[in-house]
Design a binder for this molecule. Structure first.
Ligand SMILES: [Zn+2]
Ligand SMILES: [Zn+2]
Length: 106
């Protein structure tokens, strides 16, 4: 720990490895708004210092108070991360994950 401020805001556009959508970076974007897949690049949010770099699958959608939270699991190392959805995220993609998680429960 080198002080409390560990969040690094990096503004960058990126191309989604999963669906090839070009994602406009806001500095807070950590997943693709059209397919919701993420990438295992951060140890601390925004620092891009994880060496894994594999895709992270959205496996679970939960609602907490006002927020919708996606749980991402790295397909390579199994690392789990929870991320809030952003207002630009595709509702259809969110519903698809919800459908999948409902199916796997029955
Ligand atoms: Zn995508
Ligand atoms: Zn990983």
């Amino acid at each position: 720990m080198r002080g409390p401020k560990r969040f690094t805001r990096v503004v960058e556009d990126f191309v989604c490895d999963k669906c090839s959508t070009t994602v406009k970076g806001t500095g807070y974007t950590n997943h693709c708004p059209s397919c919701l897949w993420s990438k295992h690049v951060d140890i601390n949010p925004g620092d891009r210092s994880a060496t894994c770099g594999a895709l992270m699958e959205p496996v679970l959608i939960e609602t907490e108070k006002q927020d919708t939270v996606i749980t991402h699991v790295c397909i390579e190392c199994g690392h789990k991360k929870r991320n809030k959805t952003s207002p630009v995220d595709s509702i259809e993609a969110i519903l698809l994950v919800v459908q999948k998680q409902n199916k796997s429960r029955t």
